[in-house]
Design a protein around this ligand. Sequence first.
Ligand code: S3P
Length: 178
Amino acid sequence: MYCPSKGNNIVLIGFMGAGKSTVARELGRLAGFRTMDLDAEIVRLQGRSIPEIFAEEGEAAFRNYEEQALRSLSSLRETVIATGGGVIGRAENWVAMRRLGPVVYLRARWETLRARIENGEGRPLAARGRDMERVRTLWETRLPLYAQADLAVDTDECSATEVARTVLQRIKEEGRGC
Ligand code: S3P
């Protein structure tokens, strides 16, 4: 991966259930890059799970930890970074992400995302019992933000390996985000 004017990482964004962490592992394997999961980094730095952070301090505090954790990655090289679905909400995070490398949006239809997150654990914004119409509204309000990515790749009918191959191909072809 050659990206002369930026850190040569790849940053994955997308809604909950888009497959960011799984695709990051595949991309890492194919590109020979390390992988880093921003949510896992927050959990490591905080010594608490994400549901615990939300329950104890609320979403605003989580967003501050998320921004700090993202900023702390600035010296990374040759790493695929899977972010959390809400990282796109702060302009500062976009500055940090674009410095790291091309920002790639893993796009999926609502039906696909819904099926993946409906019974999932560990996601306070889509926890069991939460009204899925509200989660859908959250997804809709975020769509224009995800669209600011350097590249968007559809994931609905694809395996993680296929998505990872497409991401690499598109970055090479388009030289976008560099
Ligand atoms: C969030 C998504 C989660 C996690 C947190 C908030 C969001 O990450 O960062 O629960 O606001 O969409 P995933 O997208 O990896 O589930």
